[in-house]
Design a protein around this ligand. Sequence first.
Ligand SMILES: Cc1cc2nc3c(=O)[nH]c(=O)nc-3n(C[C@H](O)[C@H](O)[C@H](O)COP(=O)(O)OP(=O)(O)OC[C@H]3O[C@@H](n4cnc5c(N)ncnc54)[C@H](O)[C@@H]3O)c2cc1C
Length: 353
Amino acid sequence: MVKTHVDFLIIGQGIAGTHLAAMLMAEGLSILVVDNGNPNAASRVNLGLMNPITGRKLKLAWKVEQVFPFAEQWYHALEQQLQHSVFFPKNLIRFFVDEKQSRLWDEKKDLPEYRRYIAEPQNWHAYQPYINAPFGGVEITGAALVNVNSVLDAVRRRLREAGAFLETNFSPEDITLTHDGVIWKTIFAKAVIFCEGFRGVSNPFFSWIPFSPVKGEAIDVEIPELPAEKILHRGIFIRPLSEQRFRVGSTHLHRDYVEIPTPAGIEQLQTKLRDFIRKPFHLLGTLAGIRPATRDARPVLGRHPEHPQLVIFNGLGSKGVSMSPYCARMLTDHLLRNQPIDPELDVRRFWQK
Ligand SMILES: Cc1cc2nc3c(=O)[nH]c(=O)nc-3n(C[C@H](O)[C@H](O)[C@H](O)COP(=O)(O)OP(=O)(O)OC[C@H]3O[C@@H](n4cnc5c(N)ncnc54)[C@H](O)[C@@H]3O)c2cc1C
């Protein structure tokens, strides 16, 4: 039986809605999660990586020293509840794409904030028989693989058991705002929290947020002769799935918001992979999803400035795996204990009447 009175109605059970739902339930709140079951949602097709040193410019991830330990602790806590492993620490070998990047690393590698992410000993040379590494590389520690689908499925099972999950499409036109909450069909909620991923672009209540979604494509491949112990990166990631099986990604495409892989994207990934590894591979499958990014590349959290019963948790971009637990915690503390939201993540930074 689905509940009719809840504290929070959550729209979307990607990684954002999942962590938020789990945290609110753990606090004893009553919730109802609505999700339309899109198999190509970004949370369903991603590579599941947490990577502390990111981008061409080899920058440290945002607030890495708070965000990463919190994510690790949260995923481990979920493992206890769900009774299976979902979080796997794994070193990542970053092979430089050109001379410029290699020199940039020389400038960064002795900075104190980088040191803790440099693996000791450095074993990237052992990969030379398998890959092309003309500009060298570095082995990074503090990275991890998360089995996101497994987290989503397990939390969904718990939500269903609690009568707190509905698989259907939600239309914002179907809600009525009241002085103390919202009514949606036969359900009253004190607040609705939109965790819709890139579909947030058409949410009429938050149309003032400058979303900038980015399509991403990936391929699953079999590479019989490549060791599966580490995550590899040189322009693209090679993420081990199991012995001999890897997910390779991703592309970055603006303006194409159809969650279907394109021949050009798949060809681009295969070309980069051929250039990266010295071993033959066999294509097993293709995937595509849309990253819910914002103009300033930061998540958006918080209550609507004029309608506090409308809340948003979105904008995870390409960092949902590491950022979502930290953001979900911040939003939970804000909703339940009126704790402040980091101004860099606060939805009000975009508010214009
Ligand atoms: C190819 C690819 C690779 C990636 N790799 C990584 C990676 O390695 N590491 C990383 O950190 N991030 C990665 N990302 C980004 C990551 O996937 C996203 O940051 C994250 O999944 C966003 O989660 P979300 O919950 O905000 O959105 P989504 O995953 O889009 O979830 C939104 C959910 O809401 C549902 N929904 C939306 N609208 C409605 C509605 N009206 N009614 C009902 N349900 C609705 C959708 O069906 C979906 O289930 C990758 C993304 C792509 C595309």
